[in-house]
Design a protein around this ligand. Structure first.
Ligand SMILES: [Zn+2]
Length: 199
């Protein structure tokens, strides 16, 4: 096409889940067919980039430096925490409507191979949340792979330790690979309902 158009395609192709054809469709849509949408997309992206932050309590998306809507919601059970690897897992669990507690987003999983240790994950704030004894249940909604297992084990041994907190792991009928994010709501709901004691 043209150098400027090609540069846009190259950027779009770097986004998760977009191949060349989808990138081209989006670029043509925004730059040729629906120019007005380009402006609103630019504005909403800049506004979000300015205001969004990680929730200081759980690591979910939040705004203006404050906690996220779930941590602020008084109807959510503050004594229950569902631990997920990433924010997209949290939104998948929310869509399933099977969880009325709160969350903790680790932003990854332990992986010595990739140099990801406990310090690289959002674990210190989890330990802090457990300090006042107000948490009675933790559900591990982490991937069923070696790294997910290592992360569960670490949380059990190093974070929960001897505290009297019910620790369970979600049942797995989940697809391997995509895990929580790509599970449909019905599968995810039954995985949460059939969570098993983690020991
Ligand atoms: Zn939060």
């Amino acid at each position: 096409m043209t150098p400027a158009f090609d540069a846009v395609i190259d950027e779009l192709k770097r986004l998760p889940g977009l191949g060349r054809r989808s990138a081209e469709r989006i670029a043509l849509h925004l730059l040729v067919e629906k120019r007005s949408q380009l402006k609103s997309l630019q504005e909403s992206l800049s506004a979000a980039a300015r205001t969004l932050n990680a929730c200081p309590i759980c690591g979910n998306l939040a705004e203006e430096g404050g906690p996220c809507p779930i941590c602020l919601d008084p109807t959510r059970d503050a004594s229950q925490i569902c631990i997920v690897e990433q924010i997209s897992d949290l939104t998948a669990v929310e869509r399933s409507a099977a969880w009325r507690g709160r969350y903790h987003v680790l932003n990854g999983k332990l992986s010595p191979m990739k140099g990801i240790g406990p310090a690289e994950l959002n674990l210190a704030s989890l330990a802090k949340r457990l300090q006042d004894g107000s948490i009675s249940e933790i559900v591990l909604a982490l991937p069923n792979d070696i790294e997910g297992q290592a992360t569960c084990h670490y949380i059990q041994e190093e974070i929960v330790g001897t505290q009297s907190i019910s620790l369970s792991r979600i049942g797995f009928g989940l697809p391997s690979g995509g895990g929580v994010t790509y599970a449909d709501s019905i599968t995810l709901r039954s995985a949460i309902e059939s969570r098993r004691n983690y020991s």
